[in-house]
Design a protein around this ligand. Structure first.
Ligand code: CA
Length: 252
């Protein structure tokens, strides 16, 4: 039953040996291949050498903390990250830090729950999570100013890479699916998270804030995501009609 060609590599960064072994057992039972790293200093060199499909990342680690690791990881990779944190009330603070993590799991957790989250994120990330996909642009012209391709994990505004985290990318793709339509927070929340028990409306606000800031890096002074007070958000419809009114629905 060892199918090494299709095994999906998952890195478990956790310094409690029992916990790490438990997670590893459950993930292996589901067919994933796992590596355990307990020392924070080893994480970045390891994933640079061996890209992972997903990383489970504890925050409190010897050598180097998970927050710092996540930040550095995001500077060169979109590998999905699930942060393992000790307290549920820590999550809002973590979100505010803009770590770019895909999900958060609170300790103590059930390994089954972690496996379910891993599967959900990998399903969303698609097969490209395991490869270092380069940002290739379609050659077809004319191009809309905003191009979001979830499968390739690319979002371009005016041909510039927005460098979004996986969740920001999905958020933008969602808003872009009908520009001008107002999306309610709870709707966005449900679409973004398979399991939204631990996240709140504020989570969406935080992601929107980060996304907005990244869009403004390319178009300073322009607010492309409008807040509709008490309701939700919508994407500036001009983004789609800027160059041509042909709708681009190349992403399914
Ligand atoms: Ca720890």
């Amino acid at each position: 039953m060892t199918d090494t060609l299709t095994t999906i590599p998952i890195l478990i960064v956790e310094d409690e040996p029992k916990l790490a072994a438990l997670l590893s057992d459950y993930l292996q039972a589901e067919g994933y291949s796992t590596t355990i790293i307990a020392d924070g200093l080893q994480v970045i060199p390891f994933v640079r050498a061996q890209p992972q499909a997903l990383i489970l990342l504890d925050l409190m680690l010897p050598g180097r903390g998970g927050l710092e690791i996540c930040r550095e990881l995001r500077s060169f990779s979109a590998m999905p990250v699930i942060i393992l944190t000790a307290r549920v009330d820590e999550i809002d603070r973590l979100l505010g830090l803009e770590l770019g993590a895909d999900d958060y799991v609170c300790k103590p957790f059930s390994p089954r729950e972690v496996v379910a989250r891993v599967k959900a994120i990998l399903r969303r990330a698609g097969k490209l999570a395991t490869t270092t996909a380069t940002a290739t642009q379609p050659e077809t012209a004319p191009k809309p100013p905003l191009l979001v391709d979830v499968d390739r994990h690319v979002a371009l505004l005016d041909d510039k890479d927005l460098q979004l985290t996986p969740i920001e990318l999905r958020l933008l793709a969602l808003l872009q699916s009908t520009p001008g339509r107002i999306y309610r927070r709870d709707h966005l929340l449900r679409q973004l998270y398979d399991d939204h028990r631990v996240v709140t409306d504020r989570t969406v606000d935080t992601h929107v804030k980060n996304l907005r800031r990244k869009l403004q890096v390319v178009r300073p002074g322009q607010d492309m995501i409008r807040s509709i007070y008490g309701v939700g958000y919508r994407l500036d419809p001009d983004l789609e009609t800027d160059s041509n009114e042909t709708p681009s629905t190349g992403l399914s």
